[in-house]
Design a protein around this ligand. Structure first.
Ligand code: IVH
Length: 665
């Protein structure tokens, strides 16, 4: 077999394995085997650029800049569905279908209404040609490069009786677990949170970096096949076919033939939807036969043959007992409503978000009011109204605090911002501790030998006042005269190991307001070293693609502080990375994500420090001692016998230099 044939074979095999994994949840090879075939394909494709194919399984990783999206016209307009909210409305739709079909029998396909963003996919000769957003229903954005990174969307179909050309529509979704994880990261970076998975999926799919899209693990469900020569008349049957071709189709689709069965379906999924991995906001009912669909036709906005039934957002009425004020790492004050505990959607709710002072004023909230609280698609319950008729005549309007609840400093409001801030950044405890917690976070310096409780303890004991102090801590400081020497050593080693974290992450770890992970990378790559970044003018900062006025100002303000400059100088002195590795951009992957690696012995190709950096750059974590949690030991010559024995005892793999470097190719 020549290399061209092997490329074709690998592409075919990998498409099949992808579908088994992402569509059927039934992988037929191990991850390791998959990775090794993917590696082989990548290498062969590098040798044969003339055989480039945008639909190759290797193209799922995305690129950094896609450029702006082109607007394209939908072949068939993307209509919406009319909504119903109760059984009577469903019954009248059902009656209207009966009348429209002159009493002819008909089936209804009941489906889940997924709460993401709709997408239209065009396939020709079994290959994905284009992915377009709904847009205004007539024109949408061509987001093909981003769509290609979504693993559950097949790039090439499995053999089957699909038409030469067809369109399939569905929903792009961000699963709850991905959404929760993403928001946690954003919270740490003090970036604005996504209110719900729909916004997160939409923001992601419209990103100009398909690499970012690939990293966000979007999912999809397809629910509508359009084209001239579809295999069956029945919508349900066509969707079963689409599943065979490799599309992800919901298992929850049911074909029914009576109103009672529709009610049963609604009742069942109104409860059971809480166990689904993605957000849903209702049920969709579709007349199954396409012939009958054509008979029923369309109104100006929506089909007569389909309707949506929307689930009710659960709501409760409870008492607002107090408003508490939280102080974030950047000093931002967040008001939180304290409520008499109440059950909503099976969870007990005691707090609700209040956004800012304007919200409190607009709602005219009084402490002691009875308020309506809803938990819809949003993660945090929100107050949607006040039961003014229940208001006690003696209670007073809530007034926003004027001084920091933690340090007593007078609060300020920046120009044009709705939020208040405590300006005492160097003396306000939650701000100090918050900055240290941010510094040690996984995406920053990745020091997981300490957590928020330890930060709190060291702060109380006066061991740390800022994150540079971490590098001065000794085993004796931690241990005092106690018996915590072992864990103290582990902590100090963990701090030491963080010195090999790449420069981009050091910039992020500083916790400059508005500078999240991505922007820290942009700054690091542009200025290349800390001195250049510290000395940059506002104009120079704004010259960086992706850095706007607010962020440029924030960087200037950060380095204008004598205190901050002193901290950075100390970090430099301790040996943290203060400049970019020239080759680091190409060498950054997530191949070692989640792996804890111990380095031991003497190496031939790279030094130990270089290996530490390689591990960090590829998403892995350097740990100093072997435990059951260690993924493997990277062993050179003369690995210590004690380490060897421990690794063997715990069954931890030992990998030599050559194998390790191969893993990263
Ligand atoms: S069918 C002409 N089925 O809901 C009918 N839509 O307001 C085309 N949606 O824009 C849509 N789940 O984004 C259909 N199972 C499902 C759906 C669904 C979610 C969304 C879709 C559409 C909106 C309708």
């Amino acid at each position: 077999m020549d290399e061209k044939e092997r490329i074709e074979e690998l592409r075919r095999l990998l498409h099949e394995y992808n579908i088994r994994y992402y569509i059927y949840n039934d992988p037929i090879i191990t991850d390791l085997e998959f990775d090794s075939l993917m590696n082989e394909l990548q290498k062969l494709e590098q040798r044969h650029p003339e055989l480039y194919d945008a639909n190759s399984p290797t193209q799922r990783v995305g690129s950094d800049l896609n450029g702006n999206f082109e607007q394209v016209e939908h072949k068939y307009p993307m209509l919406s569905l009319s909504n119903t909210y109760n059984e009577q409305d469903v019954a009248s739709w059902y009656d209207s279908v009966c009348r429209g079909l002159d009493g002819e029998n008909f089936n209804v396909c009941c489906e889940i209404k997924f709460d993401g963003l709709s997408i239209s996919l065009i396939y020709i000769d079994g290959k994905l040609i284009r992915g377009v957003t709904r847009g205004d229903g007539v024109h949408g954005d061509d987001v093909t490069t981003n769509v290609r990174t979504i693993r559950s969307i097949p790039l090439v179909l499995q053999p089957g009786d699909y038409p030469r050309e067809f369109e399939i529509r569905g929903e792009v979704l961000m699963p709850w677990n991905v959404f929760d994880h993403l928001n946690k990261e954003r919270e740490l970076a003090e970036e604005p949170l996504f209110a719900n998975p729909r916004n997160a999926a939409s923001g992601t799919l419209k990103s100009l970096s398909s690499k970012l899209v690939a990293s966000r693990h979007l999912d999809s469900y397809l629910y509508y096949l359009l084209g001239e020569n579809l295999p069956c008349d029945g919508h349900f049957e066509n969707m079963q076919k689409a599943a065979e071709w490799g599309f992800k189709i919901s298992d929850a689709m049911r074909k029914v033939s009576s109103l009672d069965e529709i009610y049963d379906y609604i009742k069942y999924w109104d409860v059971e939807r809480k166990n689904l991995p993605v957000a849903t906001d209702g049920i969709v009912l579709k007349v199954n036969s396409q012939r009958q669909q054509r008979l029923l036709g369309y109104t100006a906005k929506s089909p007569r043959w389909a309707i949506a039934y929307k689930f009710k957002a659960e709501r409760a009425c409870t008492k607002l007992t107090d408003i508490k004020y939280q102080v974030g790492r950047t000093g931002q004050i967040t008001p939180v409503a304290c409520l008499d505990e109440v059950q909503i959607s099976g969870t007990s709710v005691k707090r609700a978000t209040l956004n800012n002072e304007d919200f409190i004023k607009k709602m005219d909230l009084h402490i002691g009011d009875y308020v309506y609280v809803e938990k819809g698609g949003e993660i945090i319950p929100k107050i949607v109204g006040v039961a003014y008729d229940k208001r006690d005549a003696h209670i007073l309007p809530a007034t926003f605090i004027t001084h920091c609840p933690e340090c007593g400093t007078e609060l300020i409001r920046y120009n044009g911002e709705a939020a208040y801030y405590c300006p005492n950044d160097s003396g306000c405890p939650p701000q100090i501790k918050g900055r240290i917690e941010h510094f040690i976070a996984r995406k920053a310096m990745n020091i997981d030998s300490i957590g928020p409780e330890t930060v709190d303890e060291y702060y109380r004991r006066g061991l740390i006042r800022n994150f540079a102090d971490l590098y001065d801590i000794t085993v004796e400081d931690i241990n005092g005269d106690g018996n915590r020497e072992r864990s103290a050593k582990k902590i100090v080693n963990g701090i030491e190991a963080s010195k090999s974290v790449p420069f981009e992450r050091v910039v992020f770890a500083l916790g400059i307001r508005f500078v999240g992970e991505t922007n820290a990378k942009l700054l690091a790559r542009y200025f290349k070293n800390m001195d250049a970044l510290m000395g940059a003018t506002e104009e120079e900062l704004k010259a960086v693609d992706g850095i706007g006025d607010v962020m440029a100002r924030s960087v200037i303000d950060y380095f204008a502080s004598h205190e901050n400059r002193k901290i950075v100088e100390r970090l430099k002195h301790y040996g943290l990375r203060m400049s970019i590795e020239e080759s680091s951009e190409e060498n950054t992957t997530d191949k070692l994500n989640g792996m804890s690696i111990v380095i031991s012995g003497v190496f031939a190709t790279h030094t130990r420090d270089e290996y530490k950096m390689i591990i960090e750059r590829n998403g892995g974590k350097n740990v100093s001692s072997i435990s059951a949690k260690t993924t493997f030991v990277l062993a050179g010559d003369k690995m210590g016998p004690a380490k060897l024995q421990k690794a063997e005892k715990l069954g931890v793999r030992i990998i030599d230099e050559e194998t390790f470097l191969k893993m990263l190719e």
